[in-house]
Design a protein around this ligand. Structure first.
Ligand code: ATP
Length: 279
């Protein structure tokens, strides 16, 4: 792997403890119809508060499984077989399920690729947004409602109070995606994992979402962003790691990797998006 030794997201802040330190994470799949395989095979990175790491790579390279492993949200057939993921001093890999549940949805939240699958179709947007705030004891119902309305406004939904009364199926795809981002950020987690957050939305909404995530980052939120779009990574992330077949082939500061890719696979990814290199 190129630049591994130099890769330390936010190394300028090395004197502070990183918010998240993932070391040599390996996730194995055991399925009945095929030999076992490693969907993630040695993933390492460090992330500081207020920084964003992009994880890029083609479909099936292990990007999503790599972050789901941190959240304890792996499919049944998958298992973390080695490695550590230390978040605020605690290893998420070995943390008992109840302790992980207390962190998930409060300190670490995730924006999923597909809002329709991630949302509960039987609950109003209000219930979905206020649930974490109340369940985690962050605030009572009235304040939760105010915070939910504010979060819906922050993601650029035009009528936050009206949106609160709706069910997911009553929203357009772009509105649903924004409501999901509001759900993931309403607790102001210290770490946000965003899996292709702007893939399903048009360019204007994409800009709004990236602006919002940029403001949250400036306020100190750390963000892991999975994207196949190097343009999004370039405009938003401080650092990037490139994955292929479960392995990290190249990592470093985003501008370095884009301007001076060392791995042939990274060069191929860049060649397929020529507008990136023109800046
Ligand atoms: N539920 C599952 N059952 C079986 N195999 C799976 C499952 N989820 C993921 N995999 C396999 O694990 C590997 C990594 O998948 P992963 O979803 O992490 O890729 P990805 O890089 O996020 O791709 P995409 O951009 O398409 O989401 C792939 O080989 C994939 O087929």
């Amino acid at each position: 792997m190129a630049r591994t030794d130099a890769f330390d997201v936010g190394s300028r802040m090395a004197e502070t403890t990183p918010l998240l330190e993932v070391r040599d994470l390996r996730v194995r799949f055991r399925l009945s119809h095929r030999p076992e395989f490693f969907a993630v095979d040695g993933l390492s990175y460090t992330l500081e508060r207020g920084r964003a790491l992009g994880i890029v790579g083609e479909s099936g390279s292990g990007k999503t499984i790599g972050v789901r492993a941190l959240m304890g949200l792996l499919p049944k057939a998958a298992q973390v077989v080695s490695g550590t993921a230390v978040f605020s001093g605690r290893d998420l890999v070995t943390l008992p399920a109840p302790a992980l549940r207390r962190i998930r949805g409060r300190d670490i939240c995730m924006v999923f690729q597909n809002a329709t699958e991630a949302m509960n179709p039987t609950l109003t947007i209000e219930r979905q947004l206020t649930e974490h705030l109340i369940w985690h004891g962050i605030c009572g119902r009235k304040e939760a409602r105010d915070r939910a309305i504010e979060a819906l406004g922050d993601v650029g939904l035009p009528d936050p109070a009206g949106t609160m009364r709706m069910y997911p199926f009553q929203l357009s795809g772009g509105m649903r995606q924004r409501a999901m981002i509001a759900m993931a950020t309403v607790t102001r987690p210290s770490l946000l994992i965003a899996d292709e957050p702007t893939t399903a939305v048009d360019v204007t909404v994409q800009r709004q979402i990236l602006d919002l995530l940029g403001r949250l980052k400036a306020d100190g939120m750390a963000i892991v962003m999975i994207t196949h779009d190097l343009g999004v990574a370039r405009s938003f992330c401080d650092d990037v790691t490139v994955m292929r077949y479960g392995q990290q082939v190249e990592s470093g500061a985003i501008a370095d990797v884009i301007d001076h890719p060392t791995h042939p696979y990274t060069r191929r990814l860049l060649e397929s998006t020529p507008e990136i290199r023109r800046g």
